[in-house]
Design a protein around this ligand. Structure first.
Ligand code: HEC
Length: 154
């Protein structure tokens, strides 16, 4: 077949298909979400109250209020944290994160979770929330609350 025809009918469409599938395919929850170019910045973010996994109960309670209220996180992530909120189905092929997944929790540093709350997860239904909707202080309280969904501590 003529080179141009082959390019037009097979090669280009095949390339477009591969790129489209790669861009849309769900990624495993433990795969990094912070883009490589921003990882250094994300890892430099630290909660003002220290390790979010051992945050004081008042901070966690503040995070819960934001999660279920102003932040609207429960809409997608569910009050259960399992990613089963009423709007969860609206986000294929990237479902809202299941925060009860301890393998995911273990894989993430606090700064990575904060970075995503701040900047969103590019190309998914997880949109940037800071500073438009929430303050940085709110963001850290939310990280502390998110940490409580993994209850199996190893
Ligand atoms: C409109 C739906 C929606 C809302 C509302 C929402 N999220 Fe998400 N969230 C998502 C989706 C979808 C993903 C998965 C993105 C991905 O796979 O990269 C996600 C992923 C995340 C992650 C995990 C990122 C990672 O490291 O893998 C965090 C943390 C998060 N959301 C926090 C929040 C917080 C906190 C709120 C409320 C302030 C919130 N989300 C509100 C849809 C939502």
């Amino acid at each position: 077949m003529h080179y141009r025809t082959a390019l037009g009918y097979f090669i280009l469409p095949a390339m477009v298909a591969v790129v489209t599938v790669a861009a849309c395919a769900p990624r495993h929850p433990t795969e990094d979400r912070v883009p490589p170019s921003a990882m250094k910045e994300a890892l430099s973010y630290k909660a003002p109250f220290g390790d979010a996994r051992t945050a004081q109960p008042e901070i966690v309670a503040g995070g819960k209020a934001l999660y279920e209220g102003k932040g609207r996180c429960a809409l997608c992530h569910g009050t259960s944290g399992k990613g089963d909120g009423p709007a969860a189905h609206m986000h294929p092929p990237h479902p809202p994160r299941d925060f009860t997944d301890c393998a995911f929790q273990k894989e993430r540093e606090d700064g990575e979770l904060f970075w995503i709350i701040k900047n969103g997860s590019p190309g998914t239904g997880m949109k940037p929330m800071i500073p438009g909707m929430l303050s940085e202080e709110d963001g850290w309280k939310l990280v502390a609350y998110i940490r409580t969904f993994c209850t199996a501590h190893s």
